[in-house]
Design a protein. Structure first.
Lengths: 173, 110
C-alpha cells in the first residue's frame, strides 16, 4: 500500500481507497472479494487560547496566531479565512466598543475542536457601549452570522461573550 | 499619510480617473491610512481596487462607506472594484454591501 501511494498525500478516505484499488487491481477483473479500509485519524488538538490588550494591533496578532492554529484542521483555505475573519470581527468589536480602545482592557479568545466543529469564543469584560447601534455597526455582526454556522452573543453588565461554530470537513462546504 | 505595515496603497492615473490599488489588509488597524490617502485625491472619479487585498473587515468597509459619503458631498464619485473570487468580493457580500456597487474590473468602470 505504501509503495503504491508513494509520496502522494490523499486527504479523503474515499479518494485514498480508490487510488489503492486502482494501483493494486486496476481494470483487471478480480474473482475474490477485496476490502480496503481507510481510517481518518482525528487528532486531539490542544485548544487555542490567547489573552490580548484592547489595542487594534492585537487584533492582527490574534488573526495570525489563530490562522496558524487552524492550518492543521480539516478546513479548506476559504473556510479558514472565514473563521479568522469572524473571530477578528468579534475581537475588533471588543477592542472598539467593549473597551473604547482602553489598552488596559483584556480580550480573551479561545478556539477548540468539539464534535466535528470548531468552537470559537471571544470574551471581554468591558462595559462601554455605543448608545445607538448604527446601520454600519451591524456589518461586523452580519459578517459573523453569514460566514459561521452558529453565532450567539451574550451581552451583560459585566461584558460580552461571542460564541461561534464552524463545521469541519465536507459537512461545512 | 500614516504608514502601515499591513496595508500598501498603490496610486495610478487611468482613463477613468485616479486608481488606488490596495494590497495587504484593510482593517481596524489600517483604515485610517485609506482615509488619509483618499483625502489627498482630487480627481472626479476615484477607483478603489480591493481585489488584491488578503483581508478586509467591517472597519475597512466602514472606511469605504465614509469615503463614499465624503466624495459624494464634493460631487465626486467613488467606484469600488473587486474581482470575482477575491477575498474582498467575498467579504463585501458577507457584510451585505450592495452587489451593484462592486465592479469586477477596472476596465468595467465607465
Amino acid at each position: 500500500v505504501r509503495e503504491c501511494l508513494g509520496d502522494a498525500r490523499v486527504r479523503e478516505p474515499q479518494a485514498l481507497v480508490d487510488r489503492v484499488l486502482a494501483e493494486l487491481i486496476g481494470d483487471e477483473g478480480n474473482e475474490d472479494d477485496v476490502c480496503v479500509l481507510a481510517l481518518r485519524l482525528v487528532e486531539e488538538r490542544a485548544p487555542f487560547r490567547v489573552t490580548v490588550p484592547a489595542e487594534p494591533a492585537q487584533v492582527v496578532r490574534v488573526r495570525r496566531e489563530l490562522a496558524s492554529w487552524l492550518a492543521r484542521l480539516d478546513l479548506d483555505e476559504r473556510r479558514r479565512a472565514d473563521a479568522v475573519l469572524a473571530v477578528s470581527e468579534a475581537v475588533a468589536n471588543a477592542v472598539e466598543h467593549g473597551y473604547g480602545f482602553d489598552p488596559g482592557g483584556r480580550v480573551y479568545v479561545e478556539a477548540r475542536v468539539e464534535g466535528g466543529n470548531v468552537l470559537m469564543t471571544v470574551r471581554d469584560s468591558g462595559g462601554w457601549r455605543e448608545p445607538h447601534a448604527s446601520h454600519e455597526r451591524g456589518r461586523g455582526r452580519r459578517i459573523m452570522e453569514t460566514l459561521m454556522e452558529r453565532v450567539t452573543v451574550d451581552a451583560g453588565g459585566d461584558g460580552t461573550v461571542v460564541r461561534m461554530a464552524l463545521a469541519l470537513g465536507e459537512a461545512g462546504t | 499619510v500614516i504608514p502601515s505595515e499591513t496595508l500598501r496603497i498603490e496610486r495610478a492615473t487611468v482613463a477613468a480617473g485616479d486608481l488606488l490599488t490596495l494590497h495587504g489588509e484593510l482593517d481596524l488597524m489600517s483604515a485610517g491610512m485609506l482615509d488619509d490617502v483618499l483625502a489627498a485625491t482630487g480627481a472626479c472619479v476615484t477607483i478603489l481596487d480591493l481585489g488584491e487585498l488578503s483581508f478586509l473587515d467591517s472597519a475597512g468597509i466602514r472606511a469605504i462607506d465614509r469615503a463614499h459619503r465624503r466624495l459624494k458631498a464634493q460631487r465626486r464619485t467613488l467606484r469600488i472594484v473587486a474581482r470575482g473570487g477575491s477575498r474582498a468580493a467575498w467579504t463585501l457580500r458577507a457584510a451585505g454591501f450592495p452587489d451593484e456597487l462592486v465592479l469586477p474590473s477596472v476596465e468595467a468602470v465607465g
